[in-house]
Design a protein around this ligand. Sequence first.
Ligand SMILES: [Zn+2]
Length: 88
Amino acid sequence: MVPGREGIEGAMDEQNVIDIDMKGAPACGRCFMLVARFAPQVVASSGTYHRECFEAWYFGRYRKRPRLIAGAPDRHRFQVRDTEDLAA
Ligand SMILES: [Zn+2]
């Protein structure tokens, strides 16, 4: 008798899914999940973040939304203009 075994196996299966088609993907600097190649993402000097993660972190810290610039180098990636905002 192994109580709860089914639940444990289910959780392990979910983790294994991450390995599929994620080779070379960077880990998000905030939630540490891998950032999919075509997911909206922010490339900052401190690392790569999911766009949602970055906005949530930035808003929590600076109380305003980050200025994100798309197309660097493709439309799934954003760069943040943070030098002006940080000085303000
Ligand atoms: Zn994230």
